[in-house]
Design a protein around this ligand. Structure first.
Ligand code: FMN
Length: 251
């Protein structure tokens, strides 16, 4: 995510976020802002100066600093402003415009479906919506609400909706893909834990990863057993004799 205003002001650290590596076959830029003029001018600047395949509006950032300015998840409660931003940005972009949002601001009050309906009224201006199944209040606590993500995916049709939240593995992704109406999955934090996760979507690599996972588990168990013996053999050198039941009685 880059702050639209910082980009317009030419902040080098913000511009560094827009550098595309030659191996990145698809490259999108997500911008965050609260004002129509800033977001539209920024979109135009991206279209003219940056090699991007799509531009995304951040409607999910929960940080107070961002929210209180009406940007990020703050936009969820400012639908008129969002509408103007979408109209402004889509009219200057020649690449698809997408939106990434949370399921609402407050816990137990899901509002993403009304945002989606409002976006739908704008026709084909938004090409794709990604929904993180948590509210702003939740931040990253509790589990993502995939039931609601599914409901929103139906509401969003014909706009494709990607689901996001707690995808740890290929199996998780597959399960949600099969049981819901989503068109795709977004994976975030677990890329840090398992950087190879995307390769698992290739079936031959999946087989290899599963094989390595099993091997790793066996190796861990054997290491623990070995560690146990090494440690306790030093403390109780007679430990092996205890496996003989008569000695065990004596011990
Ligand atoms: C450190 C951190 C930074 C994030 N930055 C962004 C961001 O810039 N833009 C965005 O849309 N989401 C951002 N997210 C949210 C993730 O995209 C994603 O919605 C969230 O982590 C849930 O997905 P996961 O369970 O797969 O991690 C961030 C999350 C974390 C933990």
């Amino acid at each position: 995510m880059a702050m639209a205003l910082n980009l317009l002001q030419g902040q080098q650290s913000e511009w560094a976020l827009l550098r595309r590596h030659h191996t990145e076959t698809t490259f999108g830029v997500q911008i965050c802002g609260a004002h129509v003029d800033v977001m539209t001018r920024c979109a135009q600047m991206l279209a003219e100066n940056v090699d991007v395949d799509f531009v995304d509006i951040n409607m999910g950032c929960p940080l107070d600093l961002v929210y209180q300015k009406g940007a990020g998840s703050g936009l969820i409660g400012r639908l008129n402003k969002l509408e103007e931003i979408v109209v402004g940005m889509s009219s200057v972009l020649d690449v698809p415009l997408t939106v990434k949002m949370r399921k609402g601001i407050h816990d137990n009050k899901n509002t993403a479906h009304s945002v989606i309906n409002r976006i739908k009224q704008l026709g084909e201006r938004v090409a794709l919506i990604t929904l993180h199944g948590r509210s702003r209040e939740q931040r990253y606590t509790k589990l993502a609400d995939w039931e609601y993500i599914n409901y929103c995916a139906k509401e969003a049709d014909p706009i494709p909706l990607f689901g996001n939240g707690d995808i740890l593995s290929f199996e998780d992704a597959n399960l949600h893909k099969q049981n819901t109406n989503i068109c795709g999955i977004m994976i975030a934090r677990y890329v840090n834990i398992k950087p190879w996760i995307f390769y698992c979507f290739d079936s031959s690599v999946l087989f290899f990863v599963r094989y390595v996972n099993i091997k790793l588990r066996i190796f861990t168990v054997l290491t623990l057993v070995f560690w146990f013996f090494v440690r306790y053999v030093n403390i109780k050198p007679w430990i092996f004799y205890c496996f003989d039941s008569s000695v065990l009685f004596f011990c």
